[in-house]
Design a protein around this ligand. Structure first.
Ligand code: ADP
Length: 272
């Protein structure tokens, strides 16, 4: 359930630190989720039924150092397994909000807890460790041009110290999940935009993060490719990954029955 909480209510809902999640089974479930995602009402329950919020945002405001006000008094809570659309006009502050969720920007005031940890206070290694548990995808894919699809995806696991054996186990399952098992050895320039975005999704989820943030993931794609990307995001959500998507794509937002918030004039509004 998504809720925009008052600061008082937030205090009650603020999560306690939790033990490290078991990530092993998720990659198998990703592989099993080969068929189209089920409608929202028929989705299987989230991986971890704990009611502790995965994201708690309390009274966030952000003004950039040059004086640009981006966000004001934002409160938002997401539970594990939620799927949320963040909409709003260009320049409204959608990317800024996502950047704060993965620790690339810090709020000017307020608090953000991710899985019980206050990301706004973390630095160095501790921030890096938390970021490993957050998958991020971008409008422009951000793949490494001189690496193949397989290398782009495996790179994340290498960086996180996974064994060769575990990398060899995860890679084909994840590429299959995004339909790129036959294009593992292609370079990004040899892929369509839709395929590049699917490779970037594989890279974001190969480490089985419980949270996936997508910043305008279909902004550069045509209708068919956009639908494919959302089908994968729904699959990932159906196996328990919490998904937050910023988008301009009103048609997709209308078609998919997920909660929607809008950022307008720096503030967050509940739309659906
Ligand atoms: P959206 O994602 O909704 O298009 P952004 O979060 O990118 O909006 O931007 C929100 C506001 O903050 C805009 O006015 C934008 O120009 C400004 N902004 C974004 N990044 C920076 C930055 N690094 N420095 C200064 N202003 C910024």
């Amino acid at each position: 359930m998504i809720s925009i909480l008052s600061p008082k209510a937030f205090k009650k809902a603020a999560p306690k630190p939790r033990r490290r999640e078991a990530t092993q089974p998720l990659v198998e479930r990703m592989a099993e989720a080969q068929t189209h995602a089920q409608p929202t009402s028929q989705q299987s329950p989230p991986a971890d039924p704990s009611p502790a919020p995965i994201i708690s945002i309390s009274q966030i405001s952000k003004t950039y150092p040059n004086g640009t006000p981006a966000l004001q008094d934002i409160n938002l809570t997401l539970n594990k397994g939620d799927f949320l659309f963040i909409t709003g006009p260009s320049g409204a502050g959608k990317s800024t909000l996502l950047k704060m969720l993965y620790g690339q920007e810090r709020p000017t005031s307020g608090h953000i807890h991710i899985n019980g940890q206050e990301i706004t206070r973390l630095k160095g290694n501790r921030l890096a460790m938390l970021r490993r548990r957050i998958g991020v995808i971008f409008q422009d894919y951000k793949l490494i041009p001189r690496r193949t699809v397989a290398e782009n995806v495996a790179f994340v696991l290498h960086a996180q110290g996974y064994s060769r054996k575990e990398i060899d186990r995860r890679l084909p399952l994840t590429l299959k999940m995004v339909g790129l098992q036959d294009k593992a050895n292609r370079f990004p320039s040899q892929l369509s935009g839709g395929e590049q975005q699917r490779a970037s999704i594989a890279r974001a989820v190969v480490g089985t993060p419980p949270l996936l943030l997508a910043d305008e993931p279909t902004g550069n794609l045509d209708g068919d490719n956009a639908r494919q990307v959302f089908s994968i995001l729904r699959k990932l959500n159906s196996i328990g990954i919490t998904v937050v998507v910023t988008t301009h794509d009103e048609m997709i937002v209308r078609q998919l029955d997920y909660p929607v918030v809008q950022i307008r004039d720096s503030r967050l509004y509940n739309i659906r």
